[in-house]
Design a protein around this ligand. Sequence first.
Ligand SMILES: [Ca+2]
Ligand SMILES: [Ca+2]
Ligand SMILES: [Ca+2]
Ligand SMILES: [Ca+2]
Length: 414
Amino acid sequence: MVSNCGRAGGTPDVATFFTSSGYNLEDVDTCTLSSTGDIINTDPALGALADNGGKTETMAITASSPALDAGDNANCPNNDQRDSLRPADGDLNGSFVCDIGAFELFVHSADIHINNMTAVDTAYNGDTIQVGIEAHNDVSASTTATGVEITTATLPAGFTVRSASFTTSTNATPTACTFGTAVVCTVGSLAPGDTATAVIEGTISTTGELTITGNVNSANPIDPNTVNNSDHVHIQVIGNSDMEITGSIVSGSLTSGQETQIAFTLTNLGADDATNVRVAAFLPEGLTYQSITIDQGSCSYSSDDMSITCNVGNMANGASVSGIVVVKADTTTALSVVALVGVDADQRDLVPSNDTHQITVSLAPAPVPDSSSGGCVYNPDASFDPVLPGILLTGLIGVLTYRVRRLNRVMKKH
Ligand SMILES: [Ca+2]
Ligand SMILES: [Ca+2]
Ligand SMILES: [Ca+2]
Ligand SMILES: [Ca+2]
């Protein structure tokens, strides 16, 4: 490092003209430095001559000096004039390069970073959840980081903080953080290897995906890697939709061979919109399926278990969808049977009692022609018990519940 070779006047630093071997620095341009690594017309930003350690005084450089990490490792001694090890990574870019001149600057660093963030993957609208943000000063840091803060980015709409505090690996007593539209935890100092963990408790009042971003920053010393100072968690928020299904039959008493219609209506009683709404209907022995129509979505019938399934799609809060199943009586004995309809959606249903509905139908065999009179007679054996045994109802409802669950599983695979 030189200042004024004297070729352009003034008092020369270097007595005779010399040829640069490279990696020299001059504050003006009197030395005709033009070899590899040479720097001209650049102030090296040297400090005053002072005792910076070692046997002789030196002029220190700072982290902003152009001499920093600008030397030649192939031609630099293992120690600087103070006997400090060189090269040192002065700009903390991971590359250890000698500084130009007699002084090798060692720069303290503390790579503070977000080590982990925790939160549930899914939650329901109305839930109160916790989000953890763990910050760490890397064990390889050369010094304690000071002025450490754990913060969040502006919190998403629909997430209201109820409390926030942090602990550290050296102090398990929670310290309060401030919070509003964001959270700020003033951690203070964090020694190499130490951890600080903020816990934020908040209530959800929305649906869909919530993203919460955590940050950590420090005042000192230099953080060589700021990319790892931020991270985030995603929370899928499921809504609450009270699905209701009702049904009725046009004719509750049928003679074998007669057709009738079972009408059903499903309604989203809210409070959130419903997605992937599914209807299942099960016909009892004695009623045979003829056809189905529905306002929205599509349906199919399976003769295997006499079930009808409909994919209705999405239903906004308050929306209703209606359908009609045409059935025909087919019985040789009098009996009372129950058709069942049920509804489900992806949302949480806090009122499951209205998710199913049962429709009772009284069936009678067709009249037997009286060959002697040519007319019809009523078969006295066709009288039916209008009261369905409770155990049968329970069994059918159990079957429905099972089938709806099975249906749900099948739906969710697609
Ligand atoms: Ca260096
Ligand atoms: Ca470097
Ligand atoms: Ca960092
Ligand atoms: Ca319900």
